[in-house]
Write a protein that binds this ligand. Structure first.
Ligand code: PLP
Length: 376
């Protein structure tokens, strides 16, 4: 039997331990040391964000966004149901109500044409999720937000190195959140970043991240006392995480290029199967440049998908489905509400299958394609 092909395999550049050793030598292990500063500068240069701040996770960055927007009990936050729990949890923690809107059939991103009808006097925020690193229709979303005075927080957990009409994902809304979880493209094990694009939030973001203190301003010599000035928590990672992450950021271009090559290889190999009506391949709208975060296919039914997963598994290949829509999950039913029916969310989530995609898959990819062909 051939070796198993995992669904994901974290890629290490080889320089992570070297940087960690450097952090060890520096003797500064808490947050905001030299490696954190390198990561911040890289993120700000790459995205054009006003301020980039490393966090423990994308979840933590979204929680910071909820605090920065001063979300209150009963405020409504419009988001897709087809997303990870953190998109909703971060805001539900503040007592806000997630309002779920259906997705587009092509990208599985929030359907921007259905957002406006979901707005009520209690709506405060829109959280577009860039699924698979493919951008939501941000011009329309920003226009709606502008006309209704809403805050836009991009859940760009999967979107680093992707762009929308030339603009990096995460840098378009008032705030954006990245994830460096080991299943993402650029990793730190667990990690994330908040991008603050609207200068309105920049100063307070530092304070909320540092337990509600003005520590960052104090270290810059902007204030002469370090004291408690606001609510906050501890959202900053230590230097060991930042040192690891810096090795990944140094290689971000080549990691993305290698992932894109794999993605394109899948896409070319699966084109004939799509032509035969056996599956549907991902769609990338014009103006969107993606980062090959994920290669998924759509099959014709849940039963078929279950059979294909089993058949691939029998051949040693691990493929996985994705989100259970939040509007149908126990906490989603209790804490959120749906805007109308969400037929595409329910249908597409049942039929979507993700294929292995990780740097190093190159030599195994033909085997995945052959096995898929047989499974279908
Ligand atoms: C991975 C992911 C998150 C959570 O990221 P963490 O860094 O694990 O907190 C949130 N939203 C989406 C869309 C994700 O894919």
């Amino acid at each position: 039997m051939q070796p198993q092909i995992p669904f994901n395999k974290p890629f290490m550049t080889g320089r992570e331990l070297w940087h960690i050793a450097q952090a060890h030598t520096n003797g500064h292990l808490s947050g905001d040391g030299v490696f954190t500063k390198k990561c911040h500068a890289w993120l700000e240069q790459t995205t054009g964000a006003r301020r980039a701040l490393l966090t423990h996770s994308c979840t933590a960055a979204l929680e910071m966004a909820a605090l920065l927007a001063d979300l209150k009990e009963g405020d409504e936050v419009i988001m897709p149901s087809y997303t990870f729990v953190s998109t909703a949890n971060a805001f539900a923690l503040r007592g806000a109500v997630p309002v779920f809107v259906d997705v587009r059939a092509d990208t599985l991103n929030i359907d921007e044409t259905k957002i406006e009808a979901a707005i009520t006097p209690r709506t405060r925020m829109i959280v577009p999720v860039h699924y698979a690193g493919v951008a939501c229709e941000m011009d329309t979303i920003m226009d709606i937000a502008g006309r209704h005075g809403l805050v836009v927080v991009e859940d760009a957990a999967q979107g680093i190195m992707s762009t929308y009409k030339g603009r990096p994902l995460g840098s378009i809304g008032h705030m954006g959140a990245y994830s460096f979880h080991e299943t993402k493209n650029i990793i730190a094990g667990e990690g994330g970043a908040l991008l603050v694009n609207d200068p309105l939030y920049a100063e307070r973001a530092e304070i909320i991240r540092e337990k509600g203190t003005n520590r960052s301003q104090f270290f810059r010599g902007q204030v002469d006392k370090y004291t408690w000035v606001d609510i906050g928590s501890s959202y900053l990672p230590g230097e060991v995480i930042a040192a690891f992450l810096w090795a990944q950021m140094e290689e971000a271009d080549s990691i993305t290029a290698r992932r894109l090559a794999l993605w394109n290889q899948y896409d070319a190999a699966l084109a004939p199967m799509e032509a035969e009506g056996l599956l549907r391949r991902p769609r990338v709208p014009e103006g969107c440049v993606h980062n090959a975060h994920m290669y998924y296919i759509l099959l014709d039914s849940l039963e078929h998908r279950t059979r294909v997963i089993a058949s691939l598994k029998a051949q040693g290949i691990l493929s996985v489905f994705h989100y259970v829509p939040l509007h149908s999950a126990p906490a989603g039913l209790r804490l959120g509400r749906s805007h109308g029916e969400l037929p595409l969310t329910s249908d597409l989530s049942d039929r979507l299958l993700r294929l292995p995609l990780w740097v190093g898959l190159e030599e195994h990819l033909p085997r995945v394609v052959t096995a898929l062909k047989e499974a279908l």
